[in-house]
Design a protein. Structure first.
Length: 96
C-alpha cells in the first residue's frame, strides 16, 4: 500500500482569491523561512500584505516596506509581549 505524502504549502493570494505564488514549506522548515522566498519574485509596489500572527516578524515588515515598497497589516497576539505593550501604548486617539 503506498504511503501518502503530506505537503505543507504557503501561498500568496490576491484579495479575490487568485493565487499569485505558492511554495512548499518543507517538513524540516516552516512558513517563517518560506515567507521571503515566496514574495521575493512578486511586484508588491503599493500593495498591502496581510498575514497571520506566526508571520508577524520585524524582518518580514522591513522586507515588505524597504525592499518590496509595500504596506502590511500584521496580526499581533500576546505571544509578542514587548511589542504588544509598545503598540498598545501608542497614541491611538490621535490617529486621524
Amino acid at each position: 500500500m503506498p504511503t501518502a505524502r503530506c505537503v505543507h504549502l504557503i501561498s500568496a493570494l490576491r484579495d479575490d482569491g487568485i493565487v499569485l505564488a505558492q511554495r512548499e514549506a518543507g517538513a524540516k522548515s516552516n512558513e517563517i523561512t518560506a515567507f521571503r522566498p515566496l514574495l521575493e519574485p512578486l511586484d508588491l509596489t503599493g500593495a498591502v500584505a496581510a498575514f497571520d500572527p506566526l508571520l508577524t516578524r520585524t524582518g518580514h515588515a522591513g522586507f515588505l516596506v524597504e525592499e518590496k515598497n509595500a504596506h502590511y497589516i500584521a496580526v499581533l497576539k500576546g505571544n509578542h509581549p514587548a511589542l504588544h505593550t509598545r503598540v498598545k501604548d501608542l497614541a491611538w486617539t490621535e490617529v486621524p
